[in-house]
Design a protein around this ligand. Structure first.
Ligand SMILES: *[C@@H]1O[C@H](CO)[C@@H](O)[C@H](O)[C@H]1NC(C)=O
Ligand SMILES: *[C@@H]1O[C@H](CO)[C@@H](O)[C@H](O)[C@H]1NC(C)=O
Length: 342
């Protein structure tokens, strides 16, 4: 579907944004609407609020769709640049490893941000590569049409000032530079009043997209499988290992456990949901764009994600993009485990 059709389809619902499309047409519609609302207000007070409600409001269903497209557009950049990457270091992590960034991180950022901002220019958006200059970056001229399972969802309007979008244009950059492509994801997260509500994790090299809308729906491929073994599998970071192994071995010594190392926060959350691991465990600082989408996926399947102090993470607090208190992410079954860890 051409982009203009999208703009018409989505922005027409937002009376403020539609006027630049065709002023006369919108004016006529507006006058009819006002007349209609005025007349019908004698019968119903609720409908009288319609105009007020759609002003500065975002339909989460449409934002979900655009967020899926953004993640997939970013994923295409990630795939297309495997041979033309310039690898740089942004500095050192706390553990002393290089914090790498590649051409693909920047390009994916610009495409993902551009895709969201195309229709939602007033939304607050935070990205790992927010400092990138995106001038001259072209969006794809065609966007895919809305998948049936998203189209079937109900509209849900939210004030745009309550929304924060978090973008990770390339999660597991270290593994990407080592050609361990299975760990690589692109992620978009929509937080409403600080709570993760919509999460998208896209695996570009496997052509898989997982999404969850908390309390509403999820992608058909996001299937929970709980493990039944008596041994607990912890999935931990390859590159930011920190004190994690030591902590598991001292605090959980009486529980039979196994530690699996993997790259990427998005990847690790999916492993927990798919039943390939029980607990995603992290003891050091982690950025909110790394974890917001996975947090929404976990919430949408009844799991949980907290810091090691048992706090939920506030994604409305954009001044602090770093969660410094570690991470425990599990399905419901393992929530009691936190008591042992904290
Ligand atoms: C949409 O809303 C209606 C009315 O509240 C409800 O019955 C229906 O199940 C909802 N559909 C979806 C897909 O959530
Ligand atoms: C997740 O953990 C927090 C902190 O313990 C708790 O307040 C919340 O109810 C939990 N959510 C679910 C769905 O279990």
């Amino acid at each position: 579907m051409p982009i203009n059709q999208y703009v018409r389809k989505y922005v027409i619902m937002n009376l403020g944004g539609a006027i630049h499309l065709n002023k006369k047409f919108c004016l006529v519609i507006f006058i009819i609407l006002v007349l209609y609302l005025y007349l019908s207000s004698f019968g119903s007070r609720d409908e009288n609020d319609f105009t007020k409600q759609t002003q500065n409001k975002v339909n989460l269903k449409n934002l979900l769709h655009m967020a899926v497209i953004a993640a997939e557009n970013g994923g295409n950049e990630v795939k297309n640049n495997i041979n033309s990457n310039k690898i740089e270091s942004k500095g050192k992590t706390k553990e002393g490893a290089d914090d790498k960034v590649t051409t693909a991180d920047y390009k994916s950022h610009c495409i993902m941000q551009g895709t969201i901002k195309k229709l939602y220019h007033d939304i607050k958006l935070i990205s790992e590569e927010f400092k990138t200059n995106c001038e001259g970056i072209d969006l794809p001229s065609e966007f895919p049409s809305i998948p049936r399972e998203i189209d079937a969802l109900n509209d849900s309007w939210v004030k745009d000032s309550d929304i924060t979008v978090w973008i990770d244009p390339l999660d597991a950059t270290q593994e990407y530079t080592e050609k361990m492509y299975e760990f690589v994801t692109t992620m978009v997260c929509v937080a409403v009043n600080g709570k993760p509500v919509i999460g998208i994790v896209h695996k570009p090299f496997l052509k898989e997209t997982y999404w969850g809308w908390v309390g509403t729906s999820k992608s058909p491929n996001l299937q929970v499988k709980e493990r039944s073994d008596d041994e607990l599998i912890f999935i931990v970071s390859r590159s930011h290992t920190g004190k994690v192994k030591e902590m598991i071995n001292t605090k959980l010594s009486e529980i039979k456990n196994k530690i699996v190392e993997a790259g990427g926060a998005g990847y690790k959350v999916l492993e927990v949901i798919k039943g390939n691991a029980d607990v995603y465990f992290h003891t050091t600082a982690i950025k909110k764009w790394d974890i917001c989408a996975g947090n929404a996926l976990l919430f949408s399947v009844g799991g949980n994600m907290t810091t090691l102090k048992d706090e939920l993470i506030d994604y409305g607090d954009t001044e602090n993009a770093v969660n410094t208190n570690g991470l425990v992410a599990t399905l419901k079954k393992y929530l009691n485990l936190k008591k042992l860890l904290i």
